[in-house]
Design a binder for this molecule. Structure first.
Ligand code: INI
Length: 167
């Protein structure tokens, strides 16, 4: 059973198996875009598949620059460095946070989500959240090219749409 620190009330939902819906009005064409992808190495068997999905969605982009960080907790820092360079139209952040027996999951998943959104809002560079947050490895596998699709592909498609948002 998972132990929580005293007075701690974590209640993060784990990632849905829902398939993302693309707006028929949105421009989901990668052509001409410069996209930075940052990948967490933690749970690499999963994140490498998310990267494959993202690369598929980004075929035809003008540039796709891939960089790596140790874990999902480091994704916001890397995204901010990339956004500040001014050389990409959107960022795709990929990671896999899988629930274990300690509260570490909640800290890592929560800070990755909060930090990535903060980077997008502070810099004006869209950041797509391609970080799996699941109870089990099997759920992560399902969402990384298994029966629940590939959330790396979905995140990259989101980055394309948001790079064009309002333009
Ligand atoms: N990092 C992940 O990307 N996924 C995890 O599931 C995970 N868990 O469970 O511990 C994880 N931890 C490492 C974390 O992202 C940092 O790299 C580490 O705490 C150093 O800052």
């Amino acid at each position: 059973m998972m132990m929580k620190p005293k007075d701690c009330n974590f209640n993060y939902p784990t990632m849905s198996g829902e398939t993302q819906k693309w707006s028929p009005n949105a421009n989901n064409d990668a052509r001409g875009l410069r996209i930075a992808v940052v990948v967490a190495r933690f749970n690499e068997a999963i994140t490498s598949r998310l990267l494959e999905g993202a690369q598929k969605a980004l075929e035809g982009a003008a540039r796709v620059d891939v960089s790596y960080v140790p874990g999902a907790f480091e994704l916001p820092f890397a995204a901010k460095v990339l956004a500040r360079k001014g050389s990409c139209d959107a960022i795709v952040a990929l990671g896999a946070v899988i629930k274990g027996d300690t509260p570490h999951f909640e800290y890592v998943a929560g800070e990755a989500a909060r930090g990535l959104q903060q980077v997008a809002l502070e810099t004006g560079v869209p950041v797509a959240f391609g970080v799996l947050t699941t109870d089990t490895m099997a759920q992560a596998e399902a969402r990384a090219g298994g029966h629940a699709g590939n959330k790396g592909y979905d995140a990259a498609m989101t980055a394309i749409e948001m790079a064009r948002f309002g333009k």
